[in-house]
Design a protein around this ligand. Structure first.
Ligand code: NCD
Length: 309
């Protein structure tokens, strides 16, 4: 099966069969990763450029490793050190990369909709690696892969997403993607940080972390994104941690072997204490590993579509 669109802009644009296909392909890619020889020729003779206007450790590195494992020529360009600092526009910057015969541009930007804006002007396929407070589709895909690895299916899974929902593109992409795959999403956080959109997406909006976590198969914490907060949405960080941290006591309310997840980076002691982050239930490191496999799958499927055109 091939992907319907040239670009991967959000979970909103993906249909359930495409999500299935990406997750299935990622399984094969994980086997490649875990084998002694991490080299394939799927992207040989192709090029991938990561264009990051925001900080990143996991996402950028995993796209770069994924490209390299599959034999692509890959390069990274970030705002510091590029002509963006000389005032070059987003479109001119992206066009400059595109006309170097680039096949895939992976972009992270602090403005929601930035990849959607450039994509129609590009010959290259554009992958959204996080746009402002909108979406982060490959993070949701790797989260869904991690859940599927443990439970076999996403259908009927009870997933609690807790914390700073307002600023979280990860939460938004997961809520959209998980609902498409039949999972039931509950969200909880300070009332000032729960946008109405979550209710409209079919998520259950809970009044406490305990209510969201009770009986859940998956408990996902979200980073408190103070860098995006222009006005105060809660009294203080210690107070936030007191009411919205996923602590050991709260975790006991979930199913006994429920997964603990977090997209990273984590503020230890705020979203969850270190004992929960490092607990046997935590798959936070697996999420990072799976991120490489899922991004290999995304690059592979987008390239397969390009090759057929
Ligand atoms: C997330 C992001 O950038 O949206 N991180 C990530 O990609 N692993 C979440 C965050 O920054 O808190």
């Amino acid at each position: 099966m091939k992907l319907r669109n040239k670009d991967l802009l959000g979970m909103k644009e993906l249909q359930a069969d495409e999500i299935e296909e990406i997750l299935k392909t990622a399984e094969m890619m994980k086997m490649v990763m875990k084998s002694g020889n991490k080299k394939t020729s799927h992207l040989q003779g192709k090029s991938v450029v990561t264009l990051f206007y925001e900080n990143s450790t996991r996402t950028r590195l995993s796209f770069e490793m994924a490209s390299k494992f599959m034999g692509a020529a890959s390069a990274n360009i970030s705002t510091s050190g590029s002509s963006v600092n000389k005032g070059e526009s987003l479109l001119d910057t992206a066009r400059t990369i595109d006309v170097m015969s680039t096949d895939i541009i992976v972009m992270r930007h602090n403005q929601s909709g930035a990849p959607h804006f450039i994509a129609p002007h590009m010959n290259a396929s554009v992958v959204n690696a996080g746009d402002g407070m909108n979406e982060h589709p490959t993070q949701a895909l790797l989260d869904m892969y991690t859940m599927k690895e443990k439970y076999g299916s996403l259908d009927g899974l009870e997933v609690a997403i807790c914390g700073d929902l307002y600023h979280s593109r990860v939460a938004r992409s997961n809520a959209i993607g998980l609902s498409k795959m039949g999972a039931k999403v509950r969200v909880a956080g300070p009332a000032t940080m729960i946008p109405h959109g979550f209710g409209k997406m079919g998520c259950t909006v809970c009044s406490s972390i305990a209510e969201a976590v009770e009986g859940a198969d998956v408990v996902m914490g979200l980073r408190l994104q103070l860098e995006r907060q222009s006005k105060s949405l809660f009294p203080s960080v210690p107070e936030y941690a007191r009411y919205y941290s996923i602590d050991q006591k709260t975790l006991l309310l979930a199913k006994p072997d429920a997964l603990v997840m977090h997209p990273g980076p984590c503020n230890h002691g705020v979203e969850m204490p270190t004992v929960v982050y490092d607990s046997p239930q935590s798959v936070i490191n697996e999420q990072v590993t799976n991120g490489v496999a899922v991004r290999m799958a995304v690059l592979y499927l987008l390239m397969a579509r390009r090759n057929q055109e």
